[in-house]
Design a binder for this molecule. Structure first.
Ligand code: TMP
Length: 219
C-alpha cells in the first residue's frame, strides 16, 4: 500500500518542462503568461521564465547578444553565448524547479538556437546539440509548443516594438525569418513526440485555449 502511495504521490508531483517556440511577433510571451495563469488556477506551481535570460548571469549574456551592431557576433559566437546563458539557466532555475515538482514554462529554449544559429546561421545541428550536451547535459523539454503564424504579420507586429527599443537580434531581413520558420516546422514534423504545432492566429483567448490543451495533453 505504501509503495502505491509513493508512486501516486510522485505522479501527482511530477513537474513538466514546457517550451514555447516560434518566430518574431507570434505572441509567445503573452501566451506564456496566460498558460502560467491557467496552470496556477489548476493548482500547479509554475515557474515562468525566458531565454536568453532567466538568471542574473544569463540576463547579462542576453544584454551582450541583444545590443550592438549586427556584425558584433557571428553565428558560432552567438551559439556559444546562447549555450552559456542556457547552462546557467538550466542549472540554477530549470532543473531545481523540476526537481521540486514545479511546472516550468520557458519562452524559447534549445530549438531557437537550432533554428536561428543552426538554420539561418549555418551552424550544424550536431554542433548545437553538442554544445547543449556540454552546457546543459542535453536537457530537453517534455513538451514544445511551436507557434505557427505568418512571418510577415509577425514582423509587422515587432516593427512598432523595435522602433521603441530596437534590438540586435530582431533586425534581420524577411528571408532570414522565413528560413527560421521553415526550420522550426521541420523540427516539429521530424517525429519527436515532444512537439505540438499550435495555430497562433485568432484572439488571445482562442490561442490560449489551444495552448493549454497542447501543454497538458498526455505525453
Ligand atoms: P525575444 O525575447 O523577442 O524572443 O528575442 C530573443 C531573440 O533572440 C529572438 O530574435 C530570437 C533570438 N534567439 C536566438 O537567435 N537563439 C536562441 O537560442 C534564443 C533563445 C533566441
Amino acid at each position: 500500500m505504501g509503495g502505491v502511495a509513493v508512486v501516486l504521490r510522485s505522479l501527482t508531483l511530477a513537474g513538466r518542462f514546457i517550451t514555447l517556440e516560434g518566430g518574431e511577433g507570434v505572441g509567445k510571451s503573452t501566451q506564456a503568461a496566460r498558460l502560467a495563469e491557467a496552470l496556477r488556477a489548476l493548482g500547479r506551481t509554475v515557474v515562468l521564465t525566458r531565454e536568453p535570460g532567466g538568471t542574473p548571469g544569463a540576463e547579462a549574456i542576453r544584454a551582450l547578444l541583444m545590443t550592438g551592431e549586427a556584425e558584433r557576433w557571428d553565428a558560432r559566437a552567438e551559439a556559444l553565448l546562447f549555450a552559456a546563458a542556457r547552462a546557467d539557466h538550466v542549472a540554477c532555475v530549470i532543473r531545481p524547479a523540476l526537481a521540486r515538482g514545479d511546472w516550468v514554462i520557458c519562452d524559447r529554449f534549445i530549438d531557437s538556437t537550432r533554428a536561428y544559429q543552426g538554420g539561418a546561421g549555418g551552424v550544424s545541428d550536431a554542433d548545437i546539440m553538442a554544445l547543449h550536451r556540454v552546457g546543459s547535459e542535453g536537457l530537453l523539454p517534455d513538451r514544445t509548443l511551436l507557434f505557427e503564424f505568418p512571418v510577415e504579420l509577425g514582423m509587422e507586429r515587432t516593427y512598432g516594438r523595435d522602433l521603441l527599443s530596437p534590438d540586435r537580434m530582431g533586425s534581420r531581413d524577411a528571408a532570414y525569418y522565413a528560413d527560421v520558420a521553415a526550420r522550426f516546422r521541420r523540427f516539429a514534423e521530424a517525429g519527436e513526440a515532444r512537439f505540438r504545432i499550435v495555430d497562433a492566429s485568432g484572439s488571445v483567448d482562442e490561442v490560449a485555449a489551444r495552448v493549454l490543451a497542447a501543454a497538458t495533453d498526455a505525453p
